[in-house]
Design a protein around this ligand. Sequence first.
Ligand code: ACO
Length: 387
Amino acid sequence: MTIIVAKPGEVQFPKGLEGAIARETTKGYVDGKQGKLYYHGISIEELAEHSTYEEVFYLLMYDKLPSKEELSILDMRMRQYREIPDAVYEFIKDRASGYNVHPMSVLRTAVSMLAPFDDASEEQSMAAAEREAIKITSRMATITAAIGRARRGLAPIHPDFNLPHAANFLYMYLGEEQDDFMNRLMDVLLILHADHGCNASTFATLVVVSTLADMYSGVVGGISALKGPLHGGANERAMAMLDEIGDEENAEAWILDAIAKKKKIMGFGHRVYKAYDPRARILHSYAEEITRRAGTEHWLRIASIIERVMIEKLGAKGIFPNVDFYSGTVMSSMGVERKLFTPIFATGRVAGWTAHAVEQLKDNRIYRPRFIYVGPVNVAYTPIDER
Ligand code: ACO
């Protein structure tokens, strides 16, 4: 029976679609009980150790690890698509450093702006969907780097077609080529953020593409959902918390007070993980080296105290650090400003958004859940001057 009208609270349903199944997927699996994450069956630990972002993108898109030749074709296509129209650079220059502008707003608009410059964006075929996915994934890095530079009043640096994806991003953003450790760390950050089940931004992307709107529209939906502090925006707030605490002497008292006041601690908790997020563990291992190199070990010391107290007090409830808790410390120590954390998250996650979008299009049905209507019915219309 379909219930259309009910009294408030009469029909029970999980808020936030918790536990609802959106579709079947072969892309990734989050084992929230064991604290494990797999991309098409391969554990995130293995991928973070051995793979590259380009290879992970291939794995997510095509459900297999590529041969050398397959990887080099994808890599070449990603390099070819890197450049963005001058008008998009201009827009970024004009708006990215504006007062109170969040770079996620600029990223959202810049990605949207790409579509009218792309004659092929409206093509409706599986080949077109895959091609647009590769284009957008490649270009997001260029846009994010240009935003990061414009925010510092610097001219954009155009892509270097000789560099791999992650190394090219750092080159465009920081202005010079980085060493192997930095490039590897950037690659790992993008790999760790590439996919994560039916999260809000992936679901938003799928809702949009299920209407057969173009891939750009789907990715703009994903960026919009990722922007919020309950999703991608938690990383910058977690970092703001470390800055506010300032000194490790204050950390324990600060966090105990926050827990007592029932504050939501950013970078902790997860809808699916009720154990330690494996991505946080991987980032923690890199955090030691990068904070040592940057002389920012105090952030890691504060973070360790917060983590210990949170697990002591709330671990039994299934609240542990998530990826956003350590990504801020790592990225800040790499020289990334706080407001750019979420655009970088998006620059990684676009692989998952578009791989899921292509999977959805192979077997599409428009998303159309229902509300339970709990308002009045048969209400007479009152003319405006009688109200
Ligand atoms: N700090 C303190 N308590 C928490 C936290 C937290 N970070 N997260 C959850 N809780 C508590 C809630 O207060 C609630 O307690 P109650 O049962 O006593 O009311 C219980 O744990 C369940 O929390 P919900 O908010 O209902 O969990 P939900 O699954 O809806 O939300 C979310 C998950 C949004 C991630 C939540 O844990 C949160 O807000 N965390 C902080 C923001 C954050 O770090 N987001 C990043 C998520 S990962 C990502 O998107 C990359």
